[in-house]
Design a protein around this ligand. Structure first.
Ligand SMILES: N[C@@H](CCC(=O)N[C@@H](CS)C(=O)NCC(=O)O)C(=O)O
Length: 205
């Protein structure tokens, strides 16, 4: 049975769990990270030398990196991955963009506002990260003007990391301009039971 290590309030674990939920995969999730520890144990480091979450074991394959895990599960279970090679490349492109552009912008806002005590916050850095987040979301909003989902007009694995980030953005960047295309896409995402169970029903902590 698929085994997933990682606490359920981690954005990167949420991607994997949402994907698992969409695909209906039988699984066991093991608490790890932050207050649960585990990630520094030699046995865990032997699986994931980064000491980060998530890590999975799937039929003997040990994998880490949340986006790679999601793509693996989509391919293995034959859903959420578009068939055309060019669309698969677009899935890779947007999932990389989530990590390097959107996630890199939203991450410091989350750390600053959720994980840092009010008297210790660097508000200038948080405001700068908010501006970067707004700029990144403008790119996604423009793309969604003529695509129903991140790749084409069908929900795919590429929507998953983006949806996790969008949930944090909506909660933490109320200064965002109105992004009509983003809002239309996000409303569709919000109707998915697996998104609610693994992302939006879990408090930001
Ligand atoms: N690029 C990695 C990043 C993994 C990562 O940074 N995970 C964070 C949680 S979101 C972590 O392990 N934090 C330390 C901890 O929870 O103990 C991925 O996408 O899986």
């Amino acid at each position: 049975m698929l085994k997933v290590w990682g606490r359920n309030n981690s954005s990167n674990v949420q991607k994997v769990m949402w994907c698992v939920g969409e695909l209906g995969i039988a699984h066991e999730r093991v608490e790890a990270g932050r207050q649960f520890g585990v990630v520094d144990e030699p046995r865990y480091r032997a699986m994931n030398p980064n000491g980060k979450i998530p890590t999975i074991e799937d039929d003997g394959a040990i994998l880490w990196e949340s986006n790679a895990i999601c793509r693996h599960l989509a391919r293995k279970h034959g859903r959420l991955m578009p068939p055309a090679l060019a669309d698969q490349a677009r899935v890779d492109m947007w999932m990389d963009w989530q990590q390097t552009e959107l996630g890199a912008a939203v991450g410091p806002v989350f750390i600053g506002l959720v994980r840092t005590d009010p008297d210790k916050r660097n508000m200038a850095a948080i405001d700068a990260a908010k501006m970067s987040s707004i700029a990144a979301m403008k790119v996604l909003d423009a793309h969604l003007a003529d695509h129903l989902y991140v790749v084409g007009n069908t929900f795919s694995v590429a929507d998953i990391p983006m949806g996790v980030m969008a949930f944090r953005y909506k909660a933490l960047v109320p200064e965002s301009p109105a992004y009509a295309n983003l809002d239309r896409w996000y409303a569709a995402i919000g109707e998915r039971p697996a998104f609610r169970a693994h992302v939006s029903d879990i408090p930001l902590t």
